[in-house]
Ligand binder design. Structure first.
Ligand code: MEV
Length: 416
């Protein structure tokens, strides 16, 4: 460790910025930038805090779920994501919107032990002590039970050489990771006192007891492009969906498109998007092969879409109550419960997927993408806000667009 790194974590944010500036010989402009974006809240949230790194937030309009229309705040840096979500949502709204099933919401607290001796004897013993383990878990977090939640079930599995005691925990409206970890650790401590070697006690992000399914239909006429009739687009979307079931190279990209929308809603609603990403990809590989999370079929003269994934989201807990922007986002969307948030989030994922597949099935992705990428390119070569749209328009007329072209166009506009 270099000298300047010693005790870095003990410094104030201002002192940290100064120490970095000196040690790394940063220009003053960098230190000023870090300082301009710093906040007291950020310093409360993370270690070695320097500044707040911001991302753009937009809103997808006209997302209809179970007959209700939502405005959905989305936080994402990729230019085409919000436009695509809104585009997919509007096409589905014309056929009545998304239908989200009401489903159970439980998290899994995993306590993994090494067998004390014979595995089947241990399993019988653990089964006999289910009530004690549930009580131990609930005693560690009594407020959860008072709210109608708490540890409800115990499932025993034998992955590899281990026994996994899976606690099924209802965390009510919360994200619940801390509560589940507290309960799992209490059960781990008790199992240790009973002679088990406990390997770990922690929430599992493979939230198979918090699955959310959404479905939708889209009329052929709402899929047509200037070059292709709606039925052909629908058939090609269904073919792309089959491909995503068969080929992991395509499934990964197909699912990335779904997660583009889902992550953006999760970030805007203060949820742990890494947890949901991990669970979604584990679920996509649940039968041993990684597959697309959604499916699209042509049925009865229309396109029918379906998406299922684990969505253990919360509307309280974590940093949700701390960040005023997160609270504002709940006011914009009007979402009040975790069930509603899961339904809306999954619907955005399916809307996003529809828009991506429709583009892929017809004109290809670049036509729409590039218009939005041109904006980023214009900004990256120094276009001022009042110049961005002129640069973008001129770039769209060129055959070949890169940074050099963007710089050239910007110079031309300034000369004009
Ligand atoms: C890009 O961010 C996402 C897509 O690649 C998704 C897809 O191919 O389905 C367009």
């Amino acid at each position: 460790m270099s000298d300047w790194q010693h005790g870095f974590y003990k410094l104030s944010p201002k002192e940290r910025r100064q120490r970095l500036t000196t040690a790394l010989k940063l220009p003053v402009s960098v230190t000023d930038l870090l300082s301009d974006h710093a906040s007291d809240l950020g310093n409360q949230l993370v270690e070695n805090y320097l500044t707040d790194y911001s991302l753009p937030e937009g809103v997808a309009l006209k997302l209809v779920v179970n007959g209700q229309e939502y405005q959905v705040p989305m936080v994402v840096e990729e230019p085409s994501v919000i436009a695509a979500a809104a585009n997919g949502a509007q096409r589905v709204a014309k056929s009545g919107g998304f239908t989200a099933k009401k489903q159970d919401r439980e998290l899994v607290g995993q306590v993994v032990v090494k067998p004390r001796g014979d595995v089947s004897t241990d399993l019988t013993w653990l089964k006999q002590h289910t009530t004690t383990m549930l009580k131990t878990a609930n005693d560690a977090h009594p407020s959860m039970q008072r709210r109608g939640g708490g540890a409800k079930s115990v499932r025993l599995r034998t992955p590899g050489d281990f026994i996994s005691v899976d606690l099924g925990i209802n965390v009510c409206q919360a994200m619940g990771a801390n509560s589940v970890n507290t309960m799992a650790e209490a059960v781990g401590k008790w199992l240790r006192s009973q002679g088990f070697n406990v390997l770990c006690a922690i929430l599992s992000n493979y939230a198979t007891a918090s699955l959310q399914t959404v479905t939708c239909t889209v009329a052929f006429r709402d899929l047509a492009t200037p070059q292709m009739v709606g039925q052909k687009v629908a058939e090609r979307i269904a073919a792309l969906s089959n491909l995503a079931q068969a080929d992991p190279y395509r499934s990964a990209t197909h699912n990335k498109g779904i997660m583009n929308g889902i992550d953006a809603v999760l970030i805007a609603s203060g949820n742990d998007w890494r947890a949901i990403e991990a669970g979604a990809h584990a679920y996509a590989a649940r039968d041993g092969q990684y597959r697309g999370l959604s499916s699209w079929q042509v049925k009865n003269g229309q396109l029918v879409g379906r998406l299922t994934l684990p969505l253990p989201v919360g509307v309280v807990g974590g940093s949700i109550g701390l960040n005023p922007l997160t609270r504002a986002n709940y006011q914009i969307s009007g979402i009040k419960t975790a069930e509603e948030l899961a339904a809306v989030t999954a619907s955005i994922g399916l809307a996003q997927n529809l828009a991506a597949l429709r583009a892929l099935a017809s004109t290809g992705i670049q036509a729409g993408h590039m218009k939005l990428q041109y904006r980023s390119l214009a900004i990256s070569v120094g276009a001022r806000p009042n110049e961005v749209s002129s640069v973008t328009k001129r770039l769209a007329m060129l055959d070949h667009v890169d940074r050099a072209a963007a710089r050239r166009v910007l110079d031309e506009i300034r000369k004009d």
